[in-house]
Design a protein around this ligand. Structure first.
Ligand SMILES: Cc1cc2nc3c(=O)[nH]c(=O)nc-3n(C[C@H](O)[C@H](O)[C@H](O)COP(=O)(O)OP(=O)(O)OC[C@H]3O[C@@H](n4cnc5c(N)ncnc54)[C@H](O)[C@@H]3O)c2cc1C
Length: 237
């Protein structure tokens, strides 16, 4: 774990409640794809956010923060970042945290599963996988409640177009008329498309209640617990 200061370069809305935060660390940030950082608000108040950027981009970090009015954890963190940006003051970060970073074996097919802002966690891995040149199939599933929350759909479709083994599958829980893709819970879409998860490495991020349900359903669907990764496992039973 590395403790560094960083300047807040920009805070840009991605949707009505999700913001992209761009940070410039004072020294090169060391992390692996799938790691998270903690934004230090106080000595005992540190807020975890996945690093959306890829490890090769050590001099600029990207976060995606979903800060609805009801979510004090994220809104207070965002306000801390806003104040730092306004006052030209650095923020303190602890970088390179977590145990669910990408394992590169170039063998097992991979499912990257994101619920909502869990997108940030798997985006770093998707970009890193584009760089390393492994050829096993990679399926990136991104589930959101409404289609308007698919703020990076075009970018991800472009990612999937770069290599034959990459696949991007957006899933909308409550679709409008005209949506032609998967509907419902994102992990249900995975189980519809893939008959057994036995041979897969699975990386997932989303709400804690979601991750518990997905873990149990995926194991019933053949997934091997040792090949399932989520930092949320540390917070749930
Ligand atoms: C280590 C760590 C890192 C974190 N990083 C971030 C971060 O970078 N940014 C951030 O904003 N928060 C982060 N959090 C907090 C938390 O992960 C998010 O608040 C959470 O993922 C937000 O989900 P959402 O509201 O976007 O999903 P929602 O919009 O509620 O759900 C999106 C989709 O998830 C699926 N889903 C949701 N609930 C269920 C369920 N019960 N059963 C099955 N499927 C379900 C559905 O497909 C749904 O459409 C982090 C937490 C930890 C511990």
């Amino acid at each position: 774990m590395q403790t560094i200061n960083a300047d807040v370069i920009a805070i840009t809305p991605l949707t009505e409640i999700i913001y992209k935060v761009t940070l410039k660390p004072a020294t090169a940030a060391k992390f692996e794809a799938g790691h998270y950082l903690q934004l230090v608000l106080g000595e005992k108040d540190k807020r975890a956010f996945s690093i959306a950027s890829k490890p090769s981009q050590q001099n600029e970090l990207e976060l995606h923060i979903g800060a609805s009015a009801a979510d004090a954890y994220a809104s207070q963190a965002l306000e801390h970042l806003r104040q730092a940006h306004l006052n030209n003051r650095p923020v303190a970060l602890e970088v390179g945290l977590g145990v669910s970073q990408l394992r590169i074996d170039c063998q097992r097919p991979i499912v990257l599963l994101a619920g909502g802002t869990g997108f940030s966690y798997v985006k770093s891995m998707a970009d890193h996988l584009s760089e390393v040149g492994c050829t096993q199939p990679v399926y990136f599933y991104w589930g959101v409640k409404e289609e308007s929350a698919l703020y990076a759909k075009t970018e991800m479709e472009a990612w999937a177009a770069t290599k034959e083994n990459f696949h991007f599958i957006p899933v909308v829980e409550n679709p409008n008329e005209g949506w032609g893709g998967h509907t419902g819970y994102v992990h249900q879409a995975v189980m519809t498309d893939i008959s057994s998860l036995e041979t897969y490495s699975i990386y997932m991020a989303g709400r804690f209640d979601m991750i518990g349900i997905v873990r149990d359903d995926f194991i019933k669907h053949g997934a091997v617990r040792e090949h399932m990764y989520a930092d949320a496992f540390a917070f749930i039973k």
